[in-house]
Every structure is written in structure tokens, then in C-alpha cells.
Write a protein that binds this ligand. Structure first.
Ligand code: BES
Ligand code: MN
Ligand code: ZN
Length: 516
């Protein structure tokens, strides 16, 4: 598969493939496509007439060979469904599915003809952006551990250059394309780490990756790793306890992005705090997960990976003008004679005491460290946390929406819009006093899980609310159902989706973007 995909700086002269868009309800070729049809001696209109499989259904790709000898080339007729229903999701899916056949045809340069129809429906740059996201996300393969049986790696070209050209010949939309490819690259960075198995992607490994990322930023982003005795000094009791039973030591990874324009008038002041649950493996601890409940728990770090992917976007290409601090509380929830136990009571750095009732509700214990520490040290103006927090959110919402909680209307508008643009959607659930009351314990202030199965995802949000300083706009996003997929779901292969990376990147883009 392609390792790199980039946008051409101008129109590509002799692409090995040209993609023409086809709507299922189209009534023949438009003026520009007629001209193109002429240049390929009617091959396009012939195919549309004679090939019955060419219906325009979304994602359907029909390959037509045009020209001959050295001038041999391909025209790919790509279905986008009905023109009235086309949107960025449809485009991302269709181009996501196209990455593999393009590679199989050894295509190194591809031109996408943006027809008048798609320019009217989406706009040329937003269309090109979705093309870039689709191609980039669709070309991701996790084959790092394929060694002797090279069924995943194979041969073929490693680089693809793409261009989106308005079919009327009036120019390219490659800024959008490039933006989409960047978004996909940051998401794929998160997906790769998310897929890395727990014997490799340990707490220490993730910390080293964060440090590498900071090094690549040219000084705009710094990384600090709090571990060992420093965890005790700072009172990060959730991490210490959840991580106690593992030989991989827990740590708090802190990335600080400081824009060049910090403090410049007219730019946003204040600090946005991101917190991502980074449980490198979740066995459940002494409240051990049973039967098939443990397989796949390498994905319990995906909240942290989403935040790390967002910081990849922020520091390598997005460069927004707000200060952003990312905290990744990283631990492995394991078992040993040193494990923390149900009945233990922990005293947090904000004074809140927590009775552990279930060691499998560990994510909220480490997130609480991130939230309380982040509030105390960074005095943020907004907080967003991402976590694979509960199985209950998968039961409630499945894979189409992440569960989310946010009582601030302005932040809510931003998060929902950013998610909609990314196709990473969030559905709000309530967080009112009755739910906060459910978390009150007899022997401590609160417990980490109430002894009833009611409203598990909301219990998680209610628990976290005790660690956010009052008055700070805060959004909690439970991505347990959306961060990985067990079956291929274009543009994603089976495995991690990077859910949250593009949402956060879009959020910072709309919030305030400084590009030089
Ligand atoms: N990591 C799990 C949540 C999870 C489950 C993520 C399935 C992805 C797929 C989390 O730590 C957990 O175990 N949650 C418990 C909470 C309960 C004990 C209150 C759950 O959801 O069962
Ligand atoms: Mn758990
Ligand atoms: Zn977990």
C-alpha cells in the first residue's frame, strides 16, 4: 500500500488514472465531461451506455482503459450515489475504497475531475478535502508486524500524487486536498500507535513517542513525563494505584503547545486542556474481565492516542494560535499481589476521596488525575477529555456516535460542528444532580462505580465532574464504541479509526488558526 500520498502543486500532465464522478440519477454527461469523453474517443459514454454494472451507486468504481500503447491510461468512473444526497461522508467512503484498487493498478499519479455537480453540492475545496481524507484514511494498513508472511505488505508503488481539478478547466482545488491528506496523516499516526500491541506500546513507549513528536515541532511543543516519585509528590493517586500491578510503570505525559503568537492581541488567550485516557492494557485488574471481554483492550489507550494525534496535527501543520496542553495519564491495569483492590480509598489532589468499588472502572480514576492536575496547574479556559470509558456507551449508541456531555453552550456548538465536519459525530447525554448523587459513597465522598448497572456511561461522566473546577467549560467524550471497528467500514480497515483526531483538529482550526 502507499506509504505517502501528497497533493500535486499544479495539474498533473499525464496521470495513470483519471477519476470521473458519476451520480446514480445523472441524465447523461455534462458539458465538461462531454469534452473529456471526446478526448478519450467516447470511451466514457460507451461505458456508461454498455456496462450495466455502472450504476452510479456510492463507492462503485468502474475502470475503463483508454488510449493505447505508451498513451494507455485509465478512466475510473466513481459512483457517488444520488446527487441530492451526496455529502462529505459519501466522498470519504468512496475515495477510501478507491485507495486499494488504485494501488493494485500501480497508479502513481491520479487526477480527480471535480464536476460542476459536485462543486455545486459541496464546493470544490470541501470536496477536495474529503477526497484527501478518504484517500489518506483508506490507504492506512497496519502491517508493522507482518514479517515472514507478506500477505499484508506486498509490492507496488509506495507514493501517490493526487490532484483535484475542476472539470471546466478553471484550475485545481489542491489546498483542500492537501488539508484532507494532512488530517488523515494525523489520524493515521494515532491509528498506528493504537494498533500497536500492549507488549510493545507500553506506557514508556507512548511517552517516548510523545517526546519524539515534541522534538519534531521545532520548539513550539514541549513534552514532560511525570513518573516514579514525582507522581507521589504531585498527588497523582489514580495513576499510582491503577498502574501498581504492572511492571510497566504509570506516568503522566504532558505536551504543551505554545503558539508563536501567544499573548498577541486579537488571538485567543487562555489555555485549552485536552485529557486522553491512556490505559495501555485493561485486564480489569482484580475485578478481572471475563470470557471474551479482554480481547481488544489494547484499544483502551485510544482516547490518549486521539489526543496525541490531535497534537500531531497541531504541532506539525495546523499551528493554531491558542495555547494547548495535552495530558495523557498512562497506565496498565493489570493484576498481581500488589494490585489496588475494591474497597481501597484514594485521596485525590483536589481533596476528593474515592472508594474503589470496581477496579475495572479504572479509566475514570486516571482521568481524574488529569482533570484535577490540569485545572490546578494550567488554569484552563476550556477542557475536552476523550476516553474509551464504558461498554455501556457501545450498547447505547453503537459505532455511529460517541457519547458526550457538555453543559457549556458555546463549547457544545464548537464540538458538534467540528464532529459533523469530520464525520466523527457526538450525541449528548444528560449530566444532572441525580446522576452526580448516584456517585456518592458511604465511606468516602464518591465511589468509582455505583452498585447498580443504571446509566453506566453517565455515571462515568458524573464521576469525572467532581474533578473539574467549577465554571470551566468542559466536554467529556466517550469513544468506546467509535474508536475501533471489528469489521472494515470504509474508509477504515478493521481496527482503530483514529476517532477524535479530526474532530479536535477541526475544532482548533475553527477556533483560531494562524498559518504563516
Ligand atoms: N475500557 C473499558 C470500557 C470499554 C469496554 C471500552 C468495551 C471498549 C469496549 C472500561 O475500563 C471498563 O471496563 N468499563 C466498565 C465500567 C464498569 C465497571 C462501571 C464497563 O463498561 O463495563
Ligand atoms: Mn476497565
Ligand atoms: Zn478501561
Amino acid at each position: 500500500m502507499y506509504q505517502t500520498i501528497k497533493a500535486a502543486s499544479r495539474a498533473i500532465k499525464s496521470p495513470e488514472a483519471t477519476v470521473c464522478l458519476h451520480f446514480s440519477n445523472s441524465r447523461g454527461l455534462d458539458k465538461a465531461d462531454k469534452a473529456y469523453d471526446k478526448s478519450v474517443r467516447g470511451a466514457l459514454s460507451d461505458a456508461l451506455k454498455t456496462r450495466k454494472e455502472c450504476t452510479g451507486a456510492a463507492g462503485e468504481a468502474t475502470v475503463v482503459y483508454t488510449g493505447s500503447g505508451k498513451k494507455a491510461t485509465r478512466t475510473i468512473i466513481l459512483g457517488l450515489g444520488a446527487s441530492g444526497q451526496v455529502n462529505a461522508d459519501v466522498v470519504r467512503r468512496a475515495f477510501g475504497s478507491l485507495a486499494s484498487p488504485l494501488h493494485a493498478m500501480a497508479v502513481k499519479r491520479v487526477t480527480v475531475r471535480a464536476s460542476a455537480g459536485i462543486c455545486e453540492a459541496l464546493g470544490d475545496e470541501p470536496f477536495a478535502r474529503a477526497v484527501g481524507e478518504g484517500l489518506g484514511l483508506g490507504a492506512f494498513r497496519f502491517d508493522d508486524f507482518k514479517a515472514t508472511i507478506k500477505n499484508g505488505k506486498g509490492s507496488g508503488p509506495t507514493a501517490l500524487t493526487a490532484s483535484v481539478e475542476r472539470s471546466d478547466g478553471s484550475g485545481v482545488a489542491n489546498d483542500g486536498l492537501s488539508h484532507g491528506l494532512n488530517l488523515a496523516e494525523s489520524a493515521n499516526f494515532a491509528r498506528r500507535l493504537a494498533a500497536t500491541p500492549p507488549n510493545v506500546a507500553t506506557t514508556t513507549h507512548i511517552a517516548a513517542c510523545a517526546q519524539d513528536l515534541a522534538k519534531q515541532s521545532g520548539g513550539t511543543m514541549k513534552c514532560k513525563v511525570i513518573k516514579g516519585k514525582a507522581l507521589e509528590d504531585k498527588g497523582l493517586v489514580g495513576l499510582i494505584n491503577v498502574g501498581k500491578a504492572s511492571e510497566n510503570p504509570p506516568c503522566m505525559i504532558e505536551l504543551t503547545y505554545e503558539p508563536k503568537s501567544a499573548g498577541v492581541k486579537g488571538c485567543c488567550d487562555g489555555t485549552v486542556l485536552l485529557v486522553g485516557k491512556t490505559i495501555c492494557y485493561d485486564t480489569g485488574g482484580l475485578s478481572l474481565k471475563i470470557s471474551n471481554g479482554m480481547k481488544g483492550m489494547k484499544y483502551d489507550k485510544n482516547g490518549g492516542m486521539a489526543v496525541l494525534g490531535a497534537m500531531h496535527a497541531v504541532s506539525t501543520w495546523l499551528k493554531p494560535c491558542c495555547r494547548i496542553v495535552a495530558l495523557l495519564p498512562a497506565a496498565e491495569n493489570s493484576i498481581s499481589d500488589e494490585a489496588y483492590r475494591p474497597d481501597d480509598i484514594l485521596t485525590y489532589l483536589n481533596g476528593v476521596t474515592v472508594e474503589v468499588t470496581n477496579t475495572d472502572a479504572e479509566g475514570r480514576l486516571v482521568l481524574a488525575d488529569g482533570l484535577a492536575y490540569g485545572c490546578k496547574v494550567h488554569k484552563p479556559t476550556a477542557i475536552i477529555d476523550m476516553a474509551t470509558l464504558t461498554g455501556g456507551v457501545v450498547v447505547a449508541l453503537g459505532q455511529a456516535y460517541a457519547g458526550y456531555w457538555c453543559d457549556d453552550a458555546t463549547l457544545r456548538g464548537r464540538v458538534e460542528q467540528a464532529g459533523e465536519t469530520a464525520g466523527e459525530r457526538v450525541w449528548r447525554l444528560p449530566l444532572t444532580e441525580p446522576y452526580r448523587d448516584m456517585m456518592k459513597s458511604q465511606h468516602a465522598d464518591i465511589w468509582n462505580s455505583a452498585p447498580v448497572r443504571h446509566a453506566h456511561p453517565i455515571q462515568g461522566a458524573a464521576f469525572l465532574s467532581y474533578f473539574v473546577d467549577s465554571g470551566i467549560p468542559w466536554a467529556h467524550i466517550d469513544i468506546a464504541g467509535t474508536s475501533a471497528t471489528d469489521k472494515p467500514r470504509p474508509p477504515f480497515e478493521a481496527g482503530p479509526t483514529g476517532f477524535g483526531v479530526r474532530l479536535l483538529a477541526n475544532l482548533f482550526e475553527s477556533w483560531c488558526t494562524e498559518r504563516d
